[in-house]
Design a protein around this ligand. Sequence first.
Ligand SMILES: [Zn+2]
Ligand SMILES: [Zn+2]
Length: 278
Amino acid sequence: MSLFITSLNSGSNGNCYYVGNSTEAILIDAGICCREIEKRMKRLGLSIEKLKAIFVSHEHTDHIRGLAVLTKKYHLPVYITSDTIKFGRLRLEKKLVRSFKANTPIVIGDLVVLPFPKLHDASDPYSFIVDCKKITVGIFTDIGAPCEQLIKQFKKCHAAFLETNYDEQMLEEGNYPYYLKKRIRGGMGHLSNKQALEVFINHRPAFMSHLVLSHLSENNNCPKLVQELFNGHAGTVKIIVASRFEETAIYSVGNSDNHELTQRRHPASSSQLAFSFV
Ligand SMILES: [Zn+2]
Ligand SMILES: [Zn+2]
């Protein structure tokens, strides 16, 4: 059994992460519009019918933008806390809303999702790990600092989406106003490349196969720089930088070969590369 993962978009302009097995899948956040989620899943050959639920990490717009339309259109249950609904001013159909509690697992078919609190300046923010038959994937973005809980869960992961939001020097020397710089690096904002690298170097388990560097800042980071930084310490782990503009390939986690199942391609060629789970 493998888990299939992809980032449909990652960054302050929208976040949406897919984790699934051969029969069921979930999205973590729906921060791009419904049409883009449909389009990108289709390009990857992923079926919306396999989606069984959406989990929402917190109420910032880049995590909820497409949520209301997507859930309504496909009658998808949304796992979300009441504070996130309230502060996100979300209007969701009551019958689709499911609550969750920190450190209490939720079972979606063969997937087991564990939410746990994170340090971030939102009303009630969570990270998640998703387990399927002893394969574990973590979704760790929008983190002010690597807390004990994060480290504990990171150590379990075969694959992880890990925030690498900013390069410290680029943020320092950039033209963001002081209050914004303070917000980003103040412990309740975002994780720097350096903080994420320390988590990776010091706490990655020997069985980790994929690390998807996520939520990169447009102004205070550079995909090439962060890829090279992590490649230098990667060993056998495949390092992927999630794009702010398009989906990544689908990666199969838990197979012995550890290779992606699809390659980056032009949308026009998607019919030749239609991907199906068997
Ligand atoms: Zn965000
Ligand atoms: Zn946020």
